[in-house]
Design a protein around this ligand. Sequence first.
Ligand SMILES: Nc1nc2c(ncn2[C@@H]2O[C@H](COP(=O)(O)OP(=O)(O)OP(=O)(O)O)[C@@H](O)[C@H]2O)c(=O)[nH]1
Ligand SMILES: [Mg+2]
Length: 459
Amino acid sequence: MYQNDTIAAISTALGEGAIGIVRLSGPDAISMANKVFKGKDLAKVDSHTIHYGHVINPKNNHVIDEVMTSVMKGPRSYTMEDIVEINCHGGIIAVQRTLEVVLDQGARMAEPGEYTKRAFLNGRIDLSQAEAVMDLIQAKTDKAMQASVNQLQGSLSSKISVLREEMLQTLAQVEVTIDYPEYDDVEEMSLTQLKETAESVKASIEQLLRQASQGRLFREGINTAIIGRPNVGKSSLLNFLSGVDKAIVTDIEGTTRDTIEEFINIRGVPLRLIDTAGIRQTDEIVEQIGVEKSRQVMEKADLIILILNQAQALNDIDLELLDLTKDQQRIILLNKSDLPTVLDHDQLAKYVDASSIITTSITEESGLDQLEAMIEDRFLGGHLQAADVNYLLNTRHTQLLKQAIEALEEVIDATDMALPVDLIQIDYTRAWDLLGEITGDSVQDELLNKLFSQFCLGK
Ligand SMILES: Nc1nc2c(ncn2[C@@H]2O[C@H](COP(=O)(O)OP(=O)(O)OP(=O)(O)O)[C@@H](O)[C@H]2O)c(=O)[nH]1
Ligand SMILES: [Mg+2]
């Protein structure tokens, strides 16, 4: 066993709930729980059983709560250590008091993520699986959750392992060829083998990164900027799609001064919807700042919803916005369709593909179904199903993969230049090590502490 102290924490969210769980893990979990539990002798019960009883304060024998206590003996537990979970009645007081008496017995308060860290240190899960636990806790949509579950089951780790295995085999072959130089073309054969493997592993990593960038959209939400001139209905759209009156709507131009965000879910597609200040020339200082901010949001967005008022002619600002966003994923709304049409459709057609235009009236709630359908189609339309978001790479994974690609590119270049094999092996091995860091086969303590501290308490 890696750790020899026993930790305890409240493992459920703080607040009102039907039950709250105090969880202990470590060599003394059962004996400590036994001291505060009145019911069966937990030292004698079978593993993976649950028992009715009471938590008492051993100092004065007062009953703290009526509880169900489960016992899971290591190594068949989440941490691979002995675990006791005391299911108290929900609400903060009973759970807190139970934790207090457990700590009185000598248990140490667990740090955030420490249970998962122990599962990792004791070898039950690898690092990318541990990170998946965190994603699972934070998942905002079903699809993000599915991806985390896949990762928890080891989809990223097994993918990485396959690549490392492939690299190792080539390396072994190269070593063998070098040790038995019966042929004249040993060097050449080795170069070819190293190059082929480097290229194939590099291609696999690139594919992984591509899939993951779509995965990111699902985890963090698609940054969606609603932009347009003042008064076209941007805030009205935010309010409609989010179902709450979050933004102020008036017929005064320049109502929205600052960006307003709302996380929403449209037909399974998570959007981080950002309402922006209407863009126009203005001398008013607060509005100027708002307009500047709108432009920044627009640049960073994954999806732009550009609203035009079809009851007015296109003006310079509309044309500027159409031009600025021409290379981005965008949807153009021709809003206020309940009013007479003034906007020149032929003129607009010069700037936008008809397939990304939707005519709407937000006040009369028309055309909004089409908007939802288009969003669904863009992001789920065949090319981004849950199966494709198996890999949720975080920044750490992405960086390591990119560094591995760089090392592999050095390998490829070096083989092209026919450099000595032992020199090439240095970069080759570096790529192999970098991949190993993803699954935690070679990581430092500092990194571990940082990673696990991002977890919530009690997990
Ligand atoms: N007739 C009509 N009026 C609309 C429609 N959509 C929004 N409006 C009205 O247009 C006005 C401006 O709406 P907002 O949503 O505040 O516009 P905005 O784009 O956020 O404006 P700024 O915050 O000033 O940039 C309000 O009076 C809305 O009720 C529509 O489809 N038809
Ligand atoms: Mg507004």
